[in-house]
Design a protein around this ligand. Structure first.
Ligand code: RFL
Ligand code: PHB
Length: 392
């Protein structure tokens, strides 16, 4: 059996980019279909980002999916950076004219956006397989996939490729039409989620001769911590107590960390990646499908939100006025912001990590850079302005 249907915008991927784009378009009366490779339970349990810029928060409010975020999210008006155990508070609010970030899990955002869409009577097609993208260089594109054992084809005006770094959409663009920029870092993050209090009210980003450490949280009783490790690190060599011991050392050894049951432990590789342009014909890429940042700047999810903001504006203009000017400008507008976030994420990553014995000069220079930032008001202002998020 093969079923055919039609929509205005077919959205591939129900991560933050696809779900938020769906919500923005629905709100403006633009019909969408969202397909997702994984189960609903899988996408709602995936543990990822935790820091939201004001622009991201505002988009969630705009679509009416921010009730839980505004109730449970933790507003952070400052962040700490540590160099060899010496902690310095950076007053985000004071340095940016009143801006702050919100600590609220991507896991929860995805749950909130899925619930929001289902409550409006629209569905999400989970567990699709064999996704193919057709006709993007012509006037009638379509997305085809298997769902519930049935091959389905959805024809549409436009396709939004929100299917992450390993998705199908980027690969549907002829390779010679894309330019890829990539940098792989010689380290990764070992992350834990644990039932215990975070060590401080602020997030702490720490540089230490033993490597980077990040002390983050999901709530006052749920800590989310990371330590720099090898890309091929074996988790079996990291029993829970050893992770906490190492985190204490990277904070300078003078702070006793609250400890508790570890409920998740994983290794995340680090890369910077950008695809240009973010459009080919009637296919638009958004979020991790188009770019990856190392997590040190907390920008990945926020960039995905920025992309779909620009894309929703372009699509809204088209359906209201027939003008494609906003869609034609999408890639350039998104990339201008993406590259600034790439720069910031690379800078934070360089300043805070140990690049190993092979880059002794770099290690000294990056350490000096952090030392400088922590003693200079203008440098702290630069950090704060980027951390809270550049304007759309
Ligand atoms: P996602 O979240 O990867 O979603 C893509 C979705 O597409 C589905 N998919 C397909 N569906 C249908 N057909 C196919 N052929 C498909 N192929 C794939 C996938 O199953 C998936 O559901 O991409 P999106 O929406 O662009 O969102 C991007 C963010 O998830 C990502 O940038 C952030 O998580 C990055 N990130 C952080 N970002 C921040 O802004 N602040 C942070 O504090 C932060 N911390 C992090 C992070 C990422 C991390 N990891 C694990 C990579 C911390 C970590 C540890
Ligand atoms: C997190 O809490 O998962 C987190 C926070 C800040 C980052 C990256 C991840 O820069």
């Amino acid at each position: 059996m093969h079923t055919q249907s039609a929509t205005k915008v077919a959205i591939v991927g129900a991560g933050p980019a696809g779900l938020l784009l769906g919500a923005l378009l629905e709100q403006r009366g633009i019909d969408t279909v969202i397909i997702e490779r994984q189960t609903r339970a899988h996408v709602e349990a995936r543990l990822r980002a935790g820091v939201l810029e004001q622009g991201t928060q505002n988009l969630l409010r705009e679509v009416g999916a921010a009730e839980r975020m505004d109730r449970d999210g933790l507003v952070h008006t400052s962040v700490e950076l540590a160099l060899d155990g010496e902690r310095v508070k950076i007053d985000l609010q004071g340095l940016t004219g009143g801006k702050a970030v919100m600590v609220y899990g991507q896991t929860q955002i995805v749950q909130d956006l899925v619930a929001h869409r289902l409550a409006s009577g629209r569905d999400i097609l989970f567990e699709v397989s064999d996704t193919t993208i057709d006709g993007i260089s012509g006037a009638s594109p379509s997305v085809s996939f298997v769902h519930g054992g049935v091959r389905k084809t959805v024809s549409c005006d436009y396709i939004a490729g929100c299917d992450g770094f390993h998705g199908a959409c980027r690969g549907a663009i002829p390779a010679e039409k894309l330019t890829v920029f990539e940098k792989i870092y010689p380290f990764a993050w070992l992350g834990i989620l644990a039932h215990c209090a975070p060590p401080a009210e602020d997030l702490i980003y720490a540089r230490h001769e033993r490597g980077f450490g990040l002390y983050s949280m999901r709530s006052p009783v749920l800590a989310r911590h990371y330590i720099q490790c090898r890309p091929d690190e074996n988790l079996a060599e990291w029993p829970d107590e050893k992770v906490f011991d190492e985190l204490e050392l990277r904070l300078g050894g003078r702070t006793t960390l609250p400890r508790g049951e570890v409920i998740d432990k994983s290794v995340t590789p680090m890369r910077s990646f950008v695809t240009e342009p973010m459009r080919y014909g009637r296919l638009f890429l958004a979020g991790d499908a188009a770019h990856i940042v190392p997590p040190t700047g907390a920008k990945g999810l926020n960039l995905a939100a920025g992309d779909v903001h620009y894309l929703s504006e372009g699509l809204t203009d088209f359906y209201r006025t027939g003008s494609e000017a906003g869609l034609d400008a999408y890639s350039d507008r998104a990339l201008a912001r993406v590259w600034k976030a790439q720069r910031f994420s690379w800078w934070m990553t360089s300043m805070l990590h140990d690049f190993g014995p092979g880059d002794a000069f770099g290690n000294r220079v990056y350490r000096a850079e952090l030392d400088y930032v922590l003693s200079s008001q203008p440098a702290m202002t630069t950090l704060a302005e980027n951390y809270v998020g550049l304007p759309y």
